[in-house]
Structure formats: C-alpha cells, structure tokens
Design a protein around this ligand. Sequence first.
Ligand code: F6R
Length: 374
Amino acid sequence: EKGGYKHFMLKEIFEQGRSIRETTLSRISLDSAKVFLSEMQITEEEFRSATKINIAACGTSWHAAIAGKFMIERLARVPVEVDYASEYRYRDPIADPHALGLLISQSGETADTLAAQREMMAKGSKTVAICNVVGAALAREAQGTIYTHAGPEIGVASTKAFTAQLVAVFLFALHLAQVRGSVTEDESRHLLEELIALPGKVRDVLRSCDAECERLARVYSSVTDFLFLGRGIHYPMALEGALKLKEISYIHAEGYPAGEMKHGPNALIDEKLPVVVVATKDPKDAGSCLRYEKTLSNIQEVTARSGKVIAVAVHGDEDIAQVADEVIYVPAAPELLLPVLDVLPLQLLAYHIAVRRGCDVDQPRNLAKSVTVE
Ligand code: F6R
C-alpha cells in the first residue's frame, strides 16, 4: 500500500506531480485561456462585486492561505484577510454579504475551520471551500467547492494536499481576476501554460533533490534548533518548512520573514544554527528580483554571524553559491507558482532528518490527522 516507499509521507511527497496535474486539468482551457470553477452557487456578479476575501484555515492549510493572499491580491486586486480559524470567531470579525469567505482544509472536517465558516455565513457572506475530501462537512456547507484532487493523504504531516491547495487557491485567484478583468488574456494564457508545466518541474525537483536532502540530513540531524526564512510569498513556505520539521522530527524550528531578523531573532544566530533560506526568484519579474536581492542581504547577515545557510534557489543563480553554505536548486517559475517548488526540498529535508532521528514520520506523537475538536 506504500507502493514500495518506506513511509506514506515519502510516497505522498512523490505523488505531488500527479496531484497538481489532477487539480488543474479539468478546470482550465488553453483555447480560451480561462479558469472554470464548476458547481458554484456564487454568480459571476458576486465574484465581480466582492469587496474583500476572508480566508480562514489551520496549520499547513493556513500557510496555503497566506500564499493565497499574495496570489489573490496580486492577480485580482481584492483585499484579503487571513485568519487562523481558531482565532476568527473570537475577534468579532468584519464580514458581510459583500465579502466572500474562503476556507482551506485538507480534511474538510477541522472543527475550528467549520466554526469560522459558520461565523462568516452568519454574517451573510457566501463561502468557498478548498478541500480534499469529497462530501466533507466544509464542502456541504459551502456555496462552492474547489476540490484538491490529491487523493487520500495518510501521513499526518500534510504534503501533497498542501501543494494541491496552493494550486487550487491560485486557480481561485486567477478566476477572480478574469471575472473582474484585472488580467489580460495573454497574461492568463502565460500563467496557465506555466501551471501546466508545473507537474514536470515538480517531478524534476523531487528526482534531483532527494539525495541532496538526505545528505544534508546526515549533516544536520542532531541539531536542536532550525530557522527558516523567506520573503513575500516565500515567507509562508518558510513557515511550512519549519512546521514540517518540528512536527515530524521534534526539532525546534521557527519560520520568519527574512526582513524581520534584525528586529530580534538575529540574536539567536551562532555557528550551530542552520538557517534554511527560501531564495528562489523569477528572473523575468522585477518585483521578484528585488525581493530576491533583499533576501541575499539577509543571507549575508546570517553568515556574518557564523550561521550556516542552506539556500533554496533557482537553477542558473550564480550569486547564491557565493553567500550560502549549501544550495538546493529548483527550476524557475512565475513568482506566484514558485512556492510549489520551494516547499518540496523543505518537505524532503524534514522527512530525511526525522527518519535519521528514528521518528515515526507517518504518526508523529500527540497529533491526529483530523482535528475535530475546537
Ligand atoms: C501539518 C498538518 C496540520 C493540518 C491542520 C489543518 O502537517 O497536517 O497542520 O494542516 O490540522 O487540517 P485540515 O487541512 O484538514 O483542516
């Protein structure tokens, strides 16, 4: 049942090319350059006139939500607020019939996420669910569902459901942008072509990085702390890298926006601290390159304090090897799709470190796959 893999988690990591393709294919047309979200009881007019998007989710799904904020705001130019579902109800949130709710959950049964959805609906908002389990509670209550076709996820640590969520929220963002006229047909077509190319790139990364991450795991498996840094849409990937590592290896790890280091966490850096920096870029995107330049200086700040930097960068980046101790390379992609590639080496690194530490990667202590209590 593990298809020859040692653990479900590893099998699921390697299934990501397929799950991304499944999540994409039935929803796009290259002829018309359009995204189709079927079975929505939300009209185009409601998508067009939405004044705000409220997203709520927990854990790894919350990281997909933060990435989603970047995608939706950049493509559709609608303000997005992201909440931990467990906090949403308790802060008298602002939602109304002009706001649209978006709930992200692998299981579709997370109690806090369901409670956030009910709160949004009680205030008159319609809700869309991004969910991996057909017929789950979240999907039953929502006015529309975008299923992530990742298939059953057995490992407690979410991997293939997460990257499928990133793709689903990207499709939501692009659909919203198309309905609102904030992207041109050419831009849409380009992004859709890149989306179609993504599963191949995912397979390449998994093939090329696995042995490298295993080697890094041998070097770093006995440390007590890890730091993960990123900027912009790569910051939630840093959070996800830290969460994966702590939940399956029990190593203390923190994710931070790289630019915040100088406001406190720099004090943690010494020669024993490995710092994983997501430093990918889209060479064709000026904003992405600027963000990358800033990330490079953040790397120099770490190495100047003797921290050990493991960078994730795109192929062909010659500057990064000058400043980082180790570099893991992934293919280039548009800024909004790069997170799908960024996170793969972070998943593999967490996996190999946990295996070396003798941890039960599929069933980490104290955790359950579906959290049905608030
Ligand atoms: C981490 C992980 C959890 C879940 C969280 C939400 O690897 O799996 O953080 O992401 O419990 O679960 P869902 O997505 O089912 O709502």
